[in-house]
Design a binder for this molecule. Sequence first.
Ligand SMILES: NC(=O)c1ccc[n+]([C@@H]2O[C@H](COP(=O)([O-])OP(=O)(O)OC[C@H]3O[C@@H](n4cnc5c(N)ncnc54)[C@H](OP(=O)(O)O)[C@@H]3O)[C@@H](O)[C@H]2O)c1
Length: 333
Amino acid sequence: MPADSSSLSGQGQTVCVTGAGGFIASWIVKLLLEKGYAVKGTMRNPDDPKNAHLRELEGAAERLTLCKVDLLDYESLEEAISGCDGVFHTASPVTDDPEQMVEPAVSGTKNVIIAAAEAKVRRVVFTSSIGAVYMDPNRSSDAVVDESCWSDLEFCKNTKNWYCYGKAVAEQAAWEMAKEKAVDLVVVNPVLVLGPLLQRTVNASIIHILKYLNGSTRTYANSVQAYVHVKDVAVAHIVVFETPSASGRYLCAESVLHRGELVEILAKLFPQYPIPTKCSDEKNPRTKPYKFTNQKLKDLGMEFTPVKQCLYETVGLGFFIWKNKLKNGISFT
Ligand SMILES: NC(=O)c1ccc[n+]([C@@H]2O[C@H](COP(=O)([O-])OP(=O)(O)OC[C@H]3O[C@@H](n4cnc5c(N)ncnc54)[C@H](OP(=O)(O)O)[C@@H]3O)[C@@H](O)[C@H]2O)c1
């Protein structure tokens, strides 16, 4: 965490956070409020109980406005962004359904950049993804994944990885539109995000862990995944917004684990759960983790929460609450 993360650097500034009720955006809103910013949070339905947690955040009563916005309805977006000093564009479908994913992600992102240009905001921070970076079958196993890497769109299409495809084309659209409209754009590319939930529903990345705890998965896959703590992702967004010299893309990752290492850590921390001990693929050699660098964010003063701590907080501060929510009939999304 950077040294000045608790300063009131946002006093007197108003910023817009799109998809404010989501997992990552809720943390961005929380930290922005703690830093003294006034926040306009967009969501498709401010009255949906899934967004209620935002109103309970410290400073929300005084400085948080919830705006009913559909990313595809330009006027609603324009109204939310007008008068803002900056925009954090985090809203996006998170799905592998091509129709629900690609067009809303691309058109929504273009609309955000156009509205930001109209409002003459200082900077737009766009939440992209590792999915826009690392899906490249031709990258050598020794290569270090960094901000210069782009996913291969044909490969994403052929493998029906519509989430990665959608994030990559949405990020490309953001860069093109920002250039055309002379908008100062900075992009954060997080890997799989874990950590304590502020919202009432469970998002896709948390299900990645939940499936190993609730007995629904008997084996683990022979594959690797990079992880990062949700608070670090939120801090990264704010640091790149507040640092005038920040530019380009920022890979936001702490470490890469093989699924076998992941379940081993989980089993040590939480032996009470039926965590799988067998790999589904006993024939092939163990998939090796890819190399990556997070130096660009470290150069801005970021420190990353170690993955063990991240897993501990994800389950320790989350799972008991999720179980109660299930009992109380609140859905998992
Ligand atoms: N979680 C991860 O591991 C991860 C990793 C890398 C990048 N990301 C990126 O981080 C962002 C947030 O992800 P998250 O994990 O926090 O997801 P999340 O909890 O599912 O939040 C996504 C938000 O996007 C909004 N949204 C979804 N579809 C929309 C649409 N068609 N139009 C308008 N708004 C829409 C939703 O708002 P409403 O439904 O309330 O309108 C929701 O609040 C996304 O851009 C995602 O691609 C996530």
